[in-house]
Write a protein that binds this ligand. Structure first.
Ligand code: ADP
Ligand code: MG
Length: 199
């Protein structure tokens, strides 16, 4: 079972990974964006860890809803509302339970990813964070490490795609040949689950 502590560790592990990889995320956002993805997420996840520490939410759902609110209010750019919606919707789906099963979490995360697709209008293959998140959710039934591998593979597979959503889509065919920054950061988020689980 996964308790509030697990979800707090997930947020802390993701924040640390975003800190470590911020320069790379910004570098990926340079040729097909505006070179701010790393700093956007750094600001957001720093706010997440500070709020989680201060408010110490006591249920899995409350941790994720608080984290989502922080991302929406602190991240400028498209990725803030999208990641914020992902975590808020996932948290909402977990309800008020003190502990949730991995299956319940997988279902909730799917609801979160569906909400991101509804908000941003992106489908798999559009070269966005969805290209890492959908394969991750599909693999989650096989465990966190399987989900991490699927997300990393999904992020790498964005390179040959032409962007159809977000800033990168303005480049048309010139977006081909670059890995999507948001899919890359989504793979970090999913990798955080493995770390939170102590694997
Ligand atoms: P901005 O594009 O506003 O500068 P960021 O640089 O923080 O925002 O994030 C860019 C990432 O957001 C992209 O790499 C992509 O993965 C994701 N993204 C942008 N638009 C969408 C969308 N409509 N649906 C899903 N993801 C999107
Ligand atoms: Mg950007």
């Amino acid at each position: 079972m996964l308790d509030a502590d697990f979800f707090r560790r997930w947020m802390t592990a993701t924040a640390a990974a975003v800190d470590r990889e911020a320069e790379r995320l910004t570098a990926l956002d340079s040729p097909i964006g505006d070179a701010d993805h790393g700093s956007n997420l750094q600001r957001g996840f720093n706010a997440v860890t500070a709020a989680v520490e201060k408010e110490s939410p006591q249920t899995p759902g409350a941790v994720l809803m608080l984290a989502g609110r922080q991302l929406i209010s602190t991240v400028g750019g498209a990725s803030g509302p999208l990641y914020g919606t992902l975590l808020r919707r996932t948290g909402k789906a977990l309800g008020e339970a003190g502990e949730v099963s991995e299956d319940q979490f997988a279902q909730a995360l799917r609801a979160g990813v569906d909400a991101v697709m509804a908000l941003g209008g992106a489908a798999p293959g559009d070269k966005t964070m969805i290209d890492a998140l959908v394969p991750a959710v599909d693999a989650l039934g096989d465990g966190f490490t399987a989900a991490r591998a699927a997300a990393e593979e999904g992020a790498l597979a964005t390179t040959p795609l032409q962007a159809r959503k977000g800033r990168a889509s303005y480049l048309g065919e010139r977006s081909i040949g670059h890995q999507d920054p948001g899919a890359t950061s989504s793979a970090l988020l999913i990798a955080g689950l493995v770390e939170a689980n102590g694997e």
